[in-house]
Design a protein around this ligand. Structure first.
Ligand code: HEC
Length: 102
């Protein structure tokens, strides 16, 4: 047996599995971000469309979740985001934070 196959093949299979898992999550999160209108300002991947909006990509998932909960419960106030967050469920927040953050 070729040593290269032993090492490279399982790594290739593992990375395909990982890509598939991430791709599945992204499709759900992206679809929800489109449905909820987040993409209009924060873009599909979290790179905001203009400098007046914060970039969300690269941000901690946990931080994004905390901010969305804070907008929803009124402990963080912003004319735009308070309205955006008021009807999000806990599940929506988790999916959106996982989509935009990491
Ligand atoms: C009309 C434009 C607009 C839309 C639509 C919008 N946002 Fe925002 N978002 C903003 C602005 C502006 C801020 C900065 C608000 C502030 O200063 O607190 C912000 C802030 C945030 C923050 C906090 C970022 C940080 O660094 O603290 C998160 C998280 C966020 N938005 C997520 C979302 C999600 C998820 C959606 C969809 C449900 C959404 N936003 C829809 C404009 C928008």
């Amino acid at each position: 047996m070729n040593i290269k196959n032993v090492i490279v093949k399982p790594a290739a299979i593992a990375s395909i599995a990982l890509l598939t898992a991430c791709g599945g999550e992204q499709i759900d999160g992206e679809a929800l971000a489109v449905e909820k209108g987040c993409v209009a300002c924060h873009g599909t991947s979290g790179k905001a469309i203009a400098p007046i909006y914060p970039n969300l990509n690269g941000q901690w998932e946990k931080y994004l979740r905390t901010q969305l909960v804070a907008y929803r419960d009124g402990s963080r106030k912003n004319a735009i985001m308070s309205l955006q967050a008021e009807n999000l469920s806990n599940e929506d927040i988790a999916v959106l934070a996982a989509h935009y953050g990491n």
